[in-house]
Design a protein around this ligand. Structure first.
Ligand code: ING
Length: 315
């Protein structure tokens, strides 16, 4: 039995600040119905798919933005989406802002993906690890990217799960720029890696990178796919959102590193591909046969230190 599955990237255009959760869910439902038409079994929505990218505004007390967060998933706003997906037999990954109160009553804010199987069962959650931007108000910026004010890093690391007849892993936006993300997933056998993103085209700390935004986006995901023999589904929330333009160009990438499908608009757009999970073995079983070729005894620095330490002068 070939392990084939049709995956979809449910790209979104902008979400306005005053758009209601109901309006957003209508858009997600619309993508879901298109997914049905295209035979999609796993539909991947973007990072923070329920709201505008609110970290572009700084409010001193993050609790003022609690209306952007969900305490439960599904909740009363999203239940209709979960029900419809189950009805249609479509699994999905949905990005949202999560407000979680732990056993000691302490609140945690995470940038989260929830992965749901075709039968409606929750496979897992993934909470973004690499939180970019800044934690304080930085007035010199044209717009804020205060993700470090609104989210703490996920405590659970990068996991993979047996789902959709394969091994599935997740990462969120900035996670995709770091090779460690893909490798840790690859070492857990990831065959399909789901990645949602919101990437402003204007990068305040270094605008010389602006024109390279699309290049870097595909560069990292294609490299991550190839080097780990996995498919990558990269899904944008793009377009002009509240005065800030973000990258679209959602993609489905093969373990060869090649792009199978790419979005062409800056709006809500579904792309899909029927993929063969056994094709991963073409790479996992040959030049990226980890067991045979990796040299972990020489990779210790990757986990033992954080910053770069050049050799002393004169050595
Ligand atoms: N966004 C960005 C990304 O890695 C970022 C990071 C930070 C871009 C600051 C621009 C400015 O694409 C998210 N959502 O991680």
């Amino acid at each position: 039995m070939p392990r084939r599955i049709t995956v979809g990237a449910g790209q979104m255009g902008p979400i306005a600040r005053d758009e209601t959760k109901g309006e957003v869910v209508d858009r997600l439902m619309n993508l879901l119905l298109q997914a049905k038409d295209q035979g999609v079994e796993l539909l991947v929505y973007p990072e923070l798919a329920m709201t505008t990218f609110f970290p572009r505004w700084f409010v001193e007390d993050p609790a003022e933005f609690d209306h952007y967060y969900h305490r439960e998933m599904p909740d009363q706003d999203t239940k209709v989406l979960f029900d419809e997906a189950k009805q249609l037999g479509i699994g999905f990954a949905l990005g949202y802002a999560e407000l979680y109160t732990d056993d000691e009553g302490i609140e945690h804010r995470y940038n989260t993906y929830i992965l749901v199987e075709r039968d409606g069962s929750v496979v897992s959650k993934f909470r973004k690890i690499h939180i970019p931007g800044h934690a304080d108000y930085e007035p010199w910026r044209q717009f804020q990217h205060a993700e470090r004010h609104y989210f703490e890093p996920g405590p659970d690391g990068f996991g993979t799960w047996q789902a959709f007849d394969g091994v599935v892993g997740m990462a969120i936006c900035n996670d995709r720029r770091w090779p460690e993300t893909y490798r840790v997933l690859g070492l857990q056998g990831a065959e399909v890696i789901l990645i949602g993103y919101n990437t402003p085209l204007y990068y305040s700390p270094d605008p010389t990178q602006n024109a390279l935004s699309g290049f870097h986006n595909h560069l990292v995901m294609q490299a991550g796919a190839y080097q780990n023999g996995a498919y990558v589904v990269g899904v944008a929330k793009g377009g002009f959102e509240e005065g800030v333009e973000s990258l679209s160009q959602s993609v489905i990438i093969a373990p060869s590193g090649q792009i199978i499908a790419q979005a062409i608009t800056l709006e809500d757009e579904l792309i899909s591909a029927n993929i063969d999970l056994d094709f991963c073995e073409t790479y996992k079983g040959t030049l990226f046969n980890f067991d045979y070729y990796r040299m972990p005894e020489h990779y210790g620095l990757v986990t033992s230190q954080r910053g770069a330490v050049p050799p002393p002068m004169g050595s």
